[in-house]
Design a protein around this ligand. Structure first.
Ligand code: NAI
Length: 463
């Protein structure tokens, strides 16, 4: 006998679990199929959460080593107990994944353990069991993108998964890809003592980010000890007794240079994960990059089958998937769900952090939109000065005619928290003047947002 549900969600990452919870809140009978032995998907198990635990701890370690003495705090030379540090990270994962288990129980969502295969619209098989359901949401996420000829063994040649669990601090870490993962995990191991070299195919790090931000941020990372080989590609990684020999060539071809490393991190993006899902059984269509095609309501070409998160087009971000999961659940539950794709923030959790929402200058130029730009550096912000954390700036881009805020870009300590103010402002269609006239507490780093807004059409006070 088949079990009957209103909704079966396949995948319990942030998109899937939020979809399941919201649907249950709206009265649906919900099952969530997950094959991993913990809920939370990539984000909670091998992504956002463990990496943030390591970023937090390694940042404190670096501060204890470099900044404490300047403040008159003498703790001697700090040392790292790597096993304990990795345990701290594992505890963060456990706490968060168990939290989702609790929420599933609270909302009476059945976690069906195993691999879900779509047999037909309204029919999902998990092992021996067949789930009948009115609707299916595919939330199977993404997997690590690989490079031909470079085999990831998760020991010496690692993906982000292996880089979260290295048994010792590598003396030399070579990162392939100057995107978010490369810079975040490069920061972790760099702070713990690795010499980090980043090989990036393009001429700039953080593709898609505002060009001025990327350039400035690269300068900051260089000061921290990062080495960059931009416009370069890795063609071969050779394992030898003395370590890894990495062949690096100019992106457009040319003579190779060999760089020695102890660990290579492959961080060249992620690809939609639909393996074994049975899309062909239901006739669900994917695009050239293997991503499931959906309409504006995130419905696939098959009625009753929806897809959200990394498995469809758009930024591969947990919070984007969460918004999409909630939207689908709400529409199925008869509530007006909506995702505003113009206001999806992106954060790089390095030190300082980089955060952005809305358009970059490059995008506005390409779209022929006339805009004003206002910038304010943290060197002129009282709180940043007193904390001696003055790297970075806030930049606000606003429409030249209407003054409506179109993009906000921040490099700075706590940028990831500060960007929320920009998101709210943009969600409400604020002008730069609205932000500039809003009272900000003093002394806070967020005053730099107000000052950048003042700089859009007038002049900041503290510059
Ligand atoms: P990414 O797309 O951010 O960066 C990959 C980089 O690798 C790009 O700069 C690309 O030009 C470069 N690249 C590609 N092929 C190359 C080659 N053969 N040689 C050298 N460079 C090459 O991807 P990443 O960092 O792997 O992250 C995967 C996804 O996970 C991204 O969508 C990212 O947004 C997301 N993520 C988000 C985080 C956050 O929000 N804080 C944290 C970690 C990941």
């Amino acid at each position: 006998m088949a079990d009957a549900f209103d909704l079966v969600v396949i995948g319990a990452g942030p998109g899937g679990y939020e979809c399941a919870i919201r649907a249950a809140q709206l009265g649906m009978k919900v099952a969530c199929v997950e094959k991993r032995d913990k809920l939370g998907g990539t984000c909670l198990n091998i992504g956002c959460i463990p990496s943030k635990a390591l970023l937090h701890a390694s940042e404190l370690f670096a501060e204890a080593g470099h900044a404490f003495a300047d403040m008159g705090i003498n703790v001697g030379t700090p040392t790292i107990d790597l096993k304990k540090l990795l345990g701290f990270k594992d505890e963060a994962v456990d706490g968060n994944t168990k939290g989702i288990e609790f929420l599933f129980k609270k909302n009476k969502i059945e976690w069906v353990k195993g691999e879900g295969v779509i047999k037909a619209p309204g029919r999902v098989q998990v092992g021996e069991r067949v789930l009948e359901t009115k609707n299916i949401v595919i939330a199977t996420g993404s997997d690590v993108a690989r490079l031909p000829g470079i085999e990831i063994d998760e020991k010496q040649i690692v993906s982000s998964t292996g880089a979260l669990a290295l048994g010792q601090v590598p003396a030399r870490l070579l990162v392939i890809g100057g995107g978010v993962i490369g810079l975040e995990l490069g920061s972790v191991w760099g702070r713990l003592g690795s010499k980090v070299t980043v090989v990036e195919y393009l001429d700039a790090i953080l593709p898609g980010m505002d060009g001025e931000v990327a350039k400035n941020f690269q300068r900051i990372l260089k000061k921290q000890g990062f080495d960059f080989k931009l416009g370069s590609k890795v063609t071969k990684v050779e394992k030898t007794k003395a370590g890894l020999k990495v062949s690096v060539e100019p992106a457009q071809g040319g003579a190779a240079q060999v760089i020695e490393a102890d660990v290579v991190l492959v961080a060249v993006g992620r690809v939609a994960y639909t393996q074994g899902l049975g899309l062909e059984n239901a006739g669900v269509v994917t695009d050239k990059r293997g991503r499931i095609e959906v309409d504006a309501h995130l419905k696939t070409n098959v009625d009753g089958i929806y897809a959200i998160g990394d498995v469809i087009a758009g930024p591969m971000l947990a919070h984007k998937a969460m918004e999409e999961g909630v939207m689908v659940a709400e529409r199925l539950g008869g509530v007006a769900g909506h995702v505003n794709y113009d206001v999806i923030p992106g954060v790089v959790y390095t030190s300082p952090e980089v955060a952005a929402v809305g358009k970059t200058e490059e995008q506005l130029k390409a779209e022929g939109v006339e805009y004003n730009s206002g910038k304010f550096p943290f060197t002129a912000n009282g709180r940043a000065k007193s904390n001696k954390q003055t790297d970075g700036f806030v930049k606000i881009l606003a429409d030249k005619k209407t003054d409506r805020v179109l993009g906000v870009h921040i490099i700075g300590v706590n940028a990831g928290e500060m960007i929320a103010e920009a998101c709210i402002a943009m969600e409400f269609g604020a002008s730069s003047e609205d932000i500039a006239r809003t009272c900000h507490a003093h002394p806070t780093l967020s005053e730099a947002v107000k000052e950048a807004a003042l700089a859009v059409t007038g002049a900041p006070i503290h510059m």
